[in-house]
Design a protein around this ligand. Sequence first.
Ligand SMILES: *Cc1c(COP(=O)(O)O)cnc(C)c1O
Length: 354
Amino acid sequence: MKKCPRIEVNLEKLKENTKTLVHLCSKENIRPAIVTKAFCGDERITRAIVEEGIDLIGDARTENLKNLAGFKEEKLLLRLPMMSEISHVIDYVDISLNSEIDTMKELSKEALRKNKVHKVVLMLDLGDLREGVLEEDIFFTVEEILKLKGIKLIGVGTNLTCFGAVIPDEINLGKLERYAKEIEKKFNIELSLISGGNSSSVYLIGQGRMPKRINNVRLGEAILLGNETAYGEKIENTHNDVFQLVAQIIELKEKPSVPIGEIGKDAFGNVPLFEDRGIRERAILGVGKQDIMLDSIYPIDENIIILGSSSDHLIVDVTDCPREYKIGDEIKFNMAYGTLLRSMTSKYVHKEYL
Ligand SMILES: *Cc1c(COP(=O)(O)O)cnc(C)c1O
């Protein structure tokens, strides 16, 4: 019997998704980075993607980039460096996204100590209010960066649709382009990486509306799940079932649909609500909140109703399924980003490559 729970990764479909996005980007002269954090920098998956013509690997965690040190592609650190990881950043990262001059001073010192020049991209906050310097601080910060000998400013970037859910458009990304040009002129330097966001920027590329100077986007979800994330549309010529979760039935019984007794709080402190549908056939699967997020799994068998989960159990209603399930049967799910992230991170979920 195959191990459960497991994620089946269809590398062929993943390659097709990558091809589609690489092609889309190349038409607009954009060099995409693959963002590997959702699959923890898994080497087989990264390999399948870079083979399709991506030469920049981005991750939020230095651990994952360290794991990929054997790859010749340039490594980009997406999360602002922590003071406690400066040494690792210089060792395992070629380019880091930054917004704090104090951190960049430490990066510079450490790089000089190691006889390296570390590349930095200055992040600009154009409204999403996650990371980045505010507009009024841009030129001053650039001036400070240019004093540091161990780091080289190679570009500017922004991140949108993450904290504030701001959608990229010609106004905010137009600003990014304008600031890039102004920095080049004012300081007489050349910026080679103008990084215009994540999978939420894909729709702009598709419509040919990306400002011309923007030559990079950092793509996770678009390649992995085939979604553009500004409006949640599926991208043409992509698969949304590259990753599938397989879980096994460990209990199968007919039970009432409303618990018996006084209702308190569940294992996560919530008061559950139940609809009385009479006696139903329910299956318990050996996977839970430690491995999945309930709002982002979708049974392939559409007659299955998801009832709920605890840390280690997923409870589903199989009454309406034409198939006669039995103990030990496997049930398969497609997933959205939350479950992709959590299941790939869970050490209890096995990985199988198809
Ligand atoms: C996670 C992340 C990305 C990738 O986001 P997707 O929506 O998966 O494309 C890009 N840039 C930064 C800074 C990130 O943290």
